[in-house]
Design a protein around this ligand. Structure first.
Ligand SMILES: [Ca+2]
Ligand SMILES: [Ca+2]
Ligand SMILES: [Ca+2]
Length: 452
């Protein structure tokens, strides 16, 4: 069941990419440190761009730091003419100067097989933060959202452009902390959501508590312009976000999961569109928000592959109550929010280092503890009997080894579950079964999953 649903979800993701029809490159952190080598097509675009700028200036390509598009080149069909256009992000520096200059965006098109600059857009910052492209389902054009960062970490500005038969026009610009595109009202077209401060100008502040108000805003294209159709408060004290999870509630209505952090812990708010307005029931109800607070396990995840994100919270395994927090072992509880309350669905062990989770069967809850043997890449689960030193009722070992070491582990009685890259995920069931608590091989397979 799990495998089939997961395949469905991956297919859904692929479909999303096909629908937007744009190529993008996801880069790892290492690749980001070294500018990637340009492809032949990118070289052609780069040369055309270079020829178009003033002599005596250098083009420095700029790579967006978040979002799906991480390349300085986005090659994509943005208008009614069937060939691809190219967006290039760069700064144009005088060779004599070292100061960081403003972002430039050029849009190039192909004429007789040659790339030529078609439009130039002024950037509003010194670095690229995020690029989003939405092809409108009602054929009202392509919407390009460009987010710019400044030298101040928190100051970012975005601009929304619309491309149609008449050319490109700037529709809307605003400062923001985070932004995302998502079909939150389920009408088939993606809206834009962004989080920003509603702080009035310093000189207008009368009530200091109002100065720090931060809201999520829903931006829609209607009557020929981008309009804020609704906004809602987000939890005060959120220092930043680790994930905007595009998902749904158990009733299948669209929901955007905001996994944030406060400096002390992580928590989750959910934006949804109900009764014609944007709502954030968890973020605006402190008692609900508190129920999502956790010191570790940063992100919500769809741990059963049904398309609904589960929200994690953590508690210590039995026997670790008195340990220092860094030495304790934690189990993770996963809940769904049904629109009113949280429903706990799973208890699991989560290994963030190797990106896997192991869900506990019902009969293990509250009675099974664990021990980590870090040098062996191993975790041992056992029936708790008053102390974590007493692991005589062993139930399961999960171990991650290098592929080259897996044969040796098989000789020690381990079996292979999955091989991924250079790592082999293995398990071992004890020879002496503990009555009522022993797992079958099938249960081991069914309860193992990925957490990325
Ligand atoms: Ca085109
Ligand atoms: Ca929509
Ligand atoms: Ca789920």
């Amino acid at each position: 069941m799990y495998g089939r649903r997961k395949t469905g979800f991956i297919y859904f993701l692929l479909l999303c990419f096909v629908l937007t029809g744009c190529s993008y490159t996801q880069l790892s952190m290492d690749e980001l440190l070294v500018p990637p080598k340009l492809s032949e097509e990118q070289e052609e675009i780069y040369t055309a761009l270079n020829n178009s700028v003033k002599s005596g200036t250098d083009i420095k390509l700029l790579y967006p730091s978040s979002g799906n598009y991480r390349s300085a080149f986005v090659i994509c069909n943005i208008d009614e003419e069937p060939t691809d256009e190219a967006l290039v992000f760069y700064s144009n520096q005088l060779q004599s100067s070292n100061t960081s200059s403003s972002v430039c965006v050029s849009i190039l098109d192909q004429e007789d097989g040659n790339w030529v600059v078609k439009w130039e857009l002024p950037g509003d910052g010194t670095r690229m933060d995020k690029v989003m492209i939405v092809q409108d389902q009602e054929s009202r054009g392509t919407f390009i959202v460009l987010g710019y960062g400044t030298i101040m970490q928190n100051e970012k500005n975005f601009c929304v452009y619309r491309v149609d038969g008449d050319g490109i026009s700037s529709l809307y610009a605003a400062p923001y902390y985070e932004m995302e595109t998502f079909d939150i009202d389920g009408d088939g077209t993606e809206e834009m959501l962004y989080i920003s401060s509603d702080a009035p100008k310093q000189s207008d502040v009368i009530f200091p508590e109002e100065a720090s108000k931060v809201t999520a805003k829903l931006l829609k294209y209607q009557d020929g312009e981008m309009q804020i159709v609704s906004s809602v408060d987000v939890a005060p004290g959120t220092a930043g976000y680790v994930q905007f999870g595009k998902s749904m509630l158990p009733d299948e209505s669209p929901a955007l999961y905001l996994d944030g952090y406060t400096g002390k812990y992580y928590n989750t708010q959910i934006l949804m569109f109900r009764d014609g307005v944007l709502q954030n029931p968890i973020g605006t109800t402190p008692e609900l928000l508190e129920q999502t607070a956790r010191e570790r396990i940063t992100r919500s995840a769809d741990v059963d592959g049904d398309g609904v994100l589960e929200i994690p919270t953590v508690e210590r395994f039995p026997g670790y109550e008195e340990y220092e927090s860094a030495d304790a072992l934690y189990l993770t509880n996963w809940s769904v929010y049904n629109g009113q309350t949280f429903e706990q669905k799973y208890t699991s062990y989560v290994n963030t280092r190797h990106g896997f989770i192991f869900k506990f069967p019902e009969r293990w809850k509250g009675v099974v503890s664990a021990k980590a043997e870090i040098n062996r890449g191993e975790v041992v689960f056992f029936l708790y009997n008053g102390s974590v030193q007493n692991d005589s009722y062993e139930l399961l070992r999960l171990r991650v080894v290098q592929v080259g070491e897996s044969d040796a582990a098989v000789k020690e009685g381990y079996s292979r579950l999955y091989t991924q890259g250079q790592l082999c995920f293995m398990y071992k069931l004890p020879e002496n079964e503990v009555p009522n608590y022993a797992l079958s091989v099938q249960e081991v397979i069914d309860n193992f999953g990925w957490y990325e």
